[in-house]
Design a protein around this ligand. Sequence first.
Ligand code: NAG
Ligand code: NAG
Ligand code: NAG
Ligand code: NAG
Ligand code: NAG
Length: 418
Amino acid sequence: MKKFKVVILFIWALFASCTQVDFKVVATASSPTKREIKAKLKLLNKPSVKTIKSEDGDIIDCVDIYKQSAFDHPALKDHKLQKIPDFLIESKNSSNLQTKSIVFQTWQKNGSCPEGTIPIRRIRTEDLSRAASLNLFGRKPIMHFMKSTNNTNSNYPIVNGSFAYVPENRTKAFLVTVGYSYIGAEAEINVWNPRVDLPDDFTTAQIWLKTGNGPQYFESIESGWQVNPKLYGDRSTRFFAHWTTDSYKSTGCFDVVCPGFVQVGQVVLGGAITPISYSYHTQKEIPVGMYWDNSGNWWLKVNNHIVGYWPAKLLSGLSRSAKSVEWGGQVYSPMLKKNTPHTRTAMGSGEAADGRWGNACYMRNLRIKDYSRNLKYPEYVSTRAEEPYCYNVINEAKYGQEPILYFGGPGFKPPYCP
Ligand SMILES: *[C@@H]1O[C@H](CO)[C@@H](O)[C@H](O)[C@H]1NC(C)=O
Ligand SMILES: *[C@@H]1O[C@H](CO)[C@@H](O)[C@H](O)[C@H]1NC(C)=O
Ligand SMILES: *[C@@H]1O[C@H](CO)[C@@H](O)[C@H](O)[C@H]1NC(C)=O
Ligand SMILES: *[C@@H]1O[C@H](CO)[C@@H](O)[C@H](O)[C@H]1NC(C)=O
Ligand SMILES: *[C@@H]1O[C@H](CO)[C@@H](O)[C@H](O)[C@H]1NC(C)=O
């Protein structure tokens, strides 16, 4: 009788282990295994010299500047770290740049990183497990286009012959300039904390610098703020950067969650921004700029601090110049355009552009730099909203005054945005 029981146990154990193996195989195909997550975390989180616990729950690792993950990129194996851009070296009073040192990131209340190190937001297991796959972690989703013979559902500009290419699952309200080679762009971006509705949704207020061949093949570097619970695990407004050299297909990512962006300054990419704006209160803004230098690197600056750069070796056409600049907001969601009900994820402040100062999200002091090297207001600008009844855009350009760009909206709002 005892022997019989043992045999049954043995068979059960064999069966159980088989199902477990089976399960593991399935798990590899869809969601990452523990071992894969551990390996990825080891790659992402470099050893820290000092650790800062931010009151918002973030852990900030101070990492040796020469040991940052950028150098894991194959194109950057022999890359010589550049600590300051050459356009600052050229200018005599570069030291002035760092004087306006106001706290704009939450973690800064709890410490700073020692010299020779850079602050990096630690990625945790739960961050990775929210991603569709480890490979897709921290990247803007791939763009797919609905080919539409009608331009009615949106006034999207991408028209090829009689076809309009309408991007799926994302919507923008923005101002664009084209016509020159751009080697810099900046703006002061008003900071809000808009609602994010569905688990995959995110919302941004940002600047794009792009080059490439049409809507489906481009390189871009981008920066601004976003609310992105899937990436960050909360609904805070966070400073971000993003790059891609193949229209989000396989290269690039947000912040420094993949090798590429070389960080040199004391700003945390993906760090929460504080304080933010409220209706009818003092408006908060962050100046964001991206500037090309003579070696083809693109430098990112926020709040007068150098963050770091996208090395020329990472880029192709962009290492020479950008062919368009865009300023505005983007909402990513599976529930947009033809899919109803429309997502309630908001853009900007959540108010339409008509709300103007104190209500709607704005950008001001929009500037571009061309080969003349002077920062100036772009010559040709046009505004576009893909779903103007959900999120709109107004460029308020009164004669003799600095133009102000307003954009945003609440998303779902029947009957206009059903
Ligand atoms: C930079 O230096 C020049 C010449 O000394 C001076 O005129 C200018 O005001 C300075 N700029 C700033 C921002 O301090
Ligand atoms: C961070 O700093 C704030 C303000 O100084 C303080 O109240 C809080 O306790 C600190 N948090 C940690 C984790 O040290
Ligand atoms: C074009 O728009 C009209 C009116 O909105 C609609 O009835 C028609 O189905 C659309 N055609 C295509 C091909 O999308
Ligand atoms: C426009 O359409 C033609 C023919 O369908 C295609 O070859 C070309 O790549 C398209 N251009 C863009 C920018 O999408
Ligand atoms: C858009 O969202 C739907 C629903 O989640 C998804 O099936 C589809 O693959 C998405 N398309 C793109 C291009 O991401």
